[in-house]
Design a binder for this molecule. Structure first.
Ligand SMILES: C[S@@+](CC[C@H](N)C(=O)[O-])C[C@H]1O[C@@H](n2cnc3c(N)ncnc32)[C@H](O)[C@@H]1O
Length: 208
């Protein structure tokens, strides 16, 4: 099982509940900071966002980007379409990353997996990161954002992360091991202060 969507976690499957929950926790300011410090999208970039959810990220990207969002949830994709269709060169598709082929991913300057790797197993993650590498332009970047288990993190952060819907939360070195050859740089940054509650985010930036 890759993600738990039963019990209390089931309510997060509703797009409005997910977005509201994120907002209460301080998700908007976290996204703004991640976009400024790590994603660094430029005008006119072609961006692939795998596991895009409701495409909330679009609110923090330049309006001129060409955006392709993929997600497993038909409800999230419908919510993304109703929010953003007609507001730019934006495309949304319901797709399972376990079966998404490289030919289905457009060539891109920036690939983003925001809160996604901890929802998919090692084999799928490695294949996906390899497919994204093949579709990135030379010098293009992959940026991933996930929760993580790290030495010295607060007890509250660890307990919250243990209850995540994603069943593949990893340690820093385990995230790095998912990156196949062919990226000339890979860097990890860990933040403990992005949300209003104690939480640990791990950001990987990989340059082709
Ligand atoms: C924590 S949410 C993050 C959503 C969005 N990236 C954001 O930042 O708000 C994880 C997302 O990954 C999607 N997801 C999980 N497993 C997937 C899979 N196998 N294929 C495609 N999407 C998947 C979920 O539907 C969900 O939208």
């Amino acid at each position: 099982m890759d993600q738990v969507t039963t019990g209390i976690r089931r309510v997060l499957s509703a797009p409005i509940v997910y977005d509201t929950f994120q907002s209460i926790l301080g998700g908007s300011s976290a996204r703004r900071r991640i976009c400024q410090e790590h994603i660094r999208a430029r005008d006119g970039d072609t961006i692939v966002d795998v596991g895009c959810g409701t495409a909330e990220l679009l609110n923090f990207l330049p309006k001129s980007v060409h955006y392709y969002g993929f997600d497993l949830s038909p409800d999230y994709i419908e919510a993304a379409k109703s929010r953003f269709d007609g507001r730019g060169d934006y495309h949304f598709r319901c797709a399972d990353l376990n079966t998404l082929g490289p030919d289905e991913i457009p060539p891109c300057d920036l690939a983003i997996a925001f809160g996604v790797l901890h929802h998919i197993g090692d084999d799928t993650a490695r294949t996906l990161i390899g497919s994204l590498r093949d579709r990135l332009t030379p010098g293009g970047r992959l940026v991933t954002i996930d929760n993580a288990f790290v030495e010295g993190q607060s007890f509250i952060a660890r307990e919250l992360i243990r209850r995540d819907r994603g069943q593949h939360v990893r340690r820093a070195e385990e995230y790095l091991e998912l990156v196949p050859d062919g990226y000339r740089e890979k860097k990890i940054t860990i933040h403990h202060d992005l949300l209003r509650v104690p939480y640990t985010h791990l950001i990987m930036e990989c340059v082709k």
